[in-house]
Design a protein around this ligand. Structure first.
Ligand SMILES: *Cc1c(COP(=O)(O)O)cnc(C)c1O
Length: 376
């Protein structure tokens, strides 16, 4: 049995995988496999509506929020956000906290928005996140976009800034991992493959009042009468068709629906999931801090609960660590290519027992390679 610490797609909880096995050939007594049923069939229409309902329940938001499921991953949201809430030349504000934040900024620039980076952690190699109080948005900007968990660098923004303008949060790697701050943001999105399922579907939770801000501005200046944006890129299209405007990724949606059921049922809600996730991360950071052979990469106040980035004294030891951990049955411990070193991703599907076994391995590896500590 391989222990999966990949940064996404990643491990699913065992009960979810067992349910998938059963539903592959006979979904809820239909006699059909779940991925063979039409998206217009009542079973699937129910599943999509129920996934939205489960999402509202877990996030603790009411009917004033719309829950949408779309395709295209986190990356398509980098484009949909500016295309819905701003026009060419409009002011839009961004936080620059790392790899994914930079990608979101690049897309807004490609679309010709007037982008301001209102806070950045580039000065210290993205090893920290700016404190909420230091973030000042332009009052006339259409929105402030930020990434709550920086999957690549292993940092996390725990308090959202009070910016006075709508806040849009890329929560691709931490939505549904702890209680949701519904007051702190107006739109939160997350693809499923990190904490809430498999690749193919992206959850968008958005205040209905935010949808009313979607403008009639066109991407094609001087052509009045044309639709402002392609229908498939307009959040209102997906809201009006209850996330069933065109053929949705039925199987991915189904897995997300199961994950949401597992979170609410077996786990007992996001407060409980948050407690488990914080225990997993604390065990790993504590070990890293007390073992001079390893060094955590993120600054203490900014450490991510989801992605623990760390390094070893030499590149040779890193190579050896990755090689031996792979042979010992641990998958996905290499750091992102832009950062190097190592990374253990502790998403919802990773159990406390898996973390304990990783710590055993890391302890043994340090002992076998004694003498290789950091200088100073
Ligand atoms: C993984 C990730 C993305 C990219 O998502 P895709 O679904 O691959 O497009 C975006 N943002 C964050 C924070 C991520 O961790």
């Amino acid at each position: 049995m391989v222990l999966n610490f990949y940064a996404g797609p990643t491990a699913l909880p065992a009960p979810v995988v067992e349910q998938i096995h059963a539903d592959l050939t006979n979904f809820q007594g239909t006699g059909m496999g779940v991925m063979e049923i039409s998206h217009r069939a009542p079973e699937i229409e129910f599943l999509i509506a129920d996934a939205a309902e489960r999402t509202r329940g877990l996030l603790g938001v009411g009917r004033d929020w719309e829950v949408l499921f779309v395709q295209g991953g986190g990356s398509l949201q980098f484009c949909m956000v500016p295309v819905n809430f701003s026009g060419p030349g409009d002011r839009v504000d961004y936080l620059d906290t790392g790899y994914w934040a930079r990608k979101s900024i690049a897309e807004a620039r490609t679309l010709g928005r007037d982008v301001a980076v209102v806070a950045s952690s580039a000065d210290r190699d993205y090893r920290y996140v700016p404190v909420a109080a230091a973030i000042r948005a332009r009052p006339d900007a259409r929105y402030l976009h930020l990434v709550t968990n920086n999957t690549v660098e292993g940092t996390q923004l725990r308090r959202l800034p009070q910016s006075g303008i709508p806040v849009v949060a890329d929560m691709s790697s931490d939505l549904m991992t702890d209680v949701f701050d519904g007051c702190g943001c107006d739109l939160a999105y997350a693809h499923a493959q990190k904490n809430i399922g498999i690749a193919g579907v992206t959850m968008v939770a958005v205040r209905k009042s935010m949808l009313e801000r979607i403008g009639g501005h066109s991407e094609l200046p001087g052509q009045p009468g044309r639709p402002a944006r392609p229908a498939i890129l307009d959040y209102r299209t997906h809201a009006a068709h209850r996330s069933n405007y065109h053929t949705p990724p039925v199987f991915s949606l189904y897995v997300t629906w199961l994950m949401l059921g597992w979170l609410a049922g077996e786990i007992g809600g996001l407060a409980e999931m948050g407690a488990i996730n914080r225990r997993k991360a604390a065990a790993l950071y504590e070990f890293l801090d007390e073992t001079p052979f390893y060094r955590a990469l993120a600054e203490r106040d900014s450490r991510s609960v989801m992605n623990v980035t760390f390094t070893l004294p030499t590149t040779e030891l890193i190579r050896q660590f990755l090689d031996e951990s792979g042979k010992a049955g641990f998958a996905g411990l290499a750091g992102h290519r832009s950062v190097g070193g190592c990374r253990a991703s502790l998403f919802n599907g990773v159990t406390e027992d898996m973390v304990a076994r990783l710590l055993d391995f890391m302890h043994g590896f340090a002992r076998r390679n004694q003498g290789g500590t950091f200088n100073g």
